[in-house]
Design a protein around this ligand. Structure first.
Ligand code: ADP
Length: 262
């Protein structure tokens, strides 16, 4: 079991998140790159709600808009039109400084390339978001997160002294430490061998099941889907399909079908 949440509790809500609400909701989001005849519509009128405490995969052919979706949903980029609400906050109402602060405190990120700071120890990497947000380091919380991701005993090492799978565990612990509204993972297993990839996906699943975190993951791997609650398929910038309780064979079939949409 992972440790208790540090977020404020409300009556009838022992974990601090109301499961009935969306952790992130995109409403009629369109994103265009460039202008005029060379403009590319990367997202075309996309509406998606992600339930709090769920694990969602975003899949689709190359160029279908997955990265753009993730960037808009996480407040790393702004839509051309439409709204993004994350944890009840309309991101369009925030200026750049507010948005940066919001991301630091309310959003977690896990990337394919781990993105750890090589000069810092495992512990320093994990607690970095707390220091950036000028929040107190709660040592119980650091201990419970590092134990949960299987890093106890490695806290003094530097990233170069860890395997790829261990480095991704550090990145997941770093994403968990602030108990964010949503963790966005961009191809988190893309640099890992299949067995290690499966361990990392199981860990993300555990963060959802035990810690009631919300995870949104871009992936191209049908095997990853079986760990998730739902797959949202994009094709040509639109939501093409939603699959609940996905299995790898079903996902493979849908992917084959969607490759025909351009
Ligand atoms: P995916 O992640 O599914 O491969 P992307 O979101 O990266 O898709 O891209 C969707 C579409 O938007 C593609 O046609 C891509 O070429 C285009 N695109 C993405 N980023 C930019 C950009 N910064 N400038 C121009 N076009 C872009």
């Amino acid at each position: 079991m992972l440790g208790a949440r540090s977020r404020k509790k409300s009556p009838g809500d022992p974990i601090g998140i109301d499961p009935s609400r969306s952790a992130v909701r995109l409403t009629r989001v369109t994103k265009e790159y460039g202008r005029g005849p060379s403009a590319v519509v990367a997202l075309d009128d996309v509406s998606v709600g992600v339930a709090a405490g769920s694990f969602t995969a975003v899949m689709g052919p190359s160029g279908s808009g997955k990265s753009t979706f993730l960037h808009c949903a996480a407040g790393l980029d702004r839509p051309s039109s439409g709204t993004v609400r994350l944890g009840g906050q309309d991101l369009g109402e925030l200026n750049e400084t507010q948005l940066t602060r919001f991301r630091r405190t309310r959003v977690g990120f896990v990337f394919q390339a781990f993105n750890l700071l090589p000069a810092l120890t495992v512990e320093q990497n994990i607690t970095l978001p707390l220091r950036l947000a000028a929040a107190e380091t709660d040592h119980d919380s650091v201990r419970s997160v590092t134990a949960a991701v299987g890093l106890a005993g490695l806290l003094g090492r530097r990233p170069a002294e860890l395997s790829g799978g261990q480095q991704q565990r550090v990145a997941i612990a770093r994403a968990l430490i602030t108990r964010p509204e949503v963790i966005f993972a961009d191809e988190p297993t893309g640099a890992l061998d299949p067995d290690t990839a499966d361990d990392i996906l199981a860990l993300l699943r555990q963060a959802v099941t035990d810690l009631h975190q919300t995870v949104v993951m871009v992936t191209h791997d049908p095997a990853a889907a079986r760990h998730t609650d739902r797959v949202v398929f994009l094709a040509a910038g639109r939501v093409a399909r939603r699959v609940d309780a996905p299995s790898a064979p079903h996902i493979k079939d849908v992917m084959t079908e969607l490759r025909r949409i351009r």
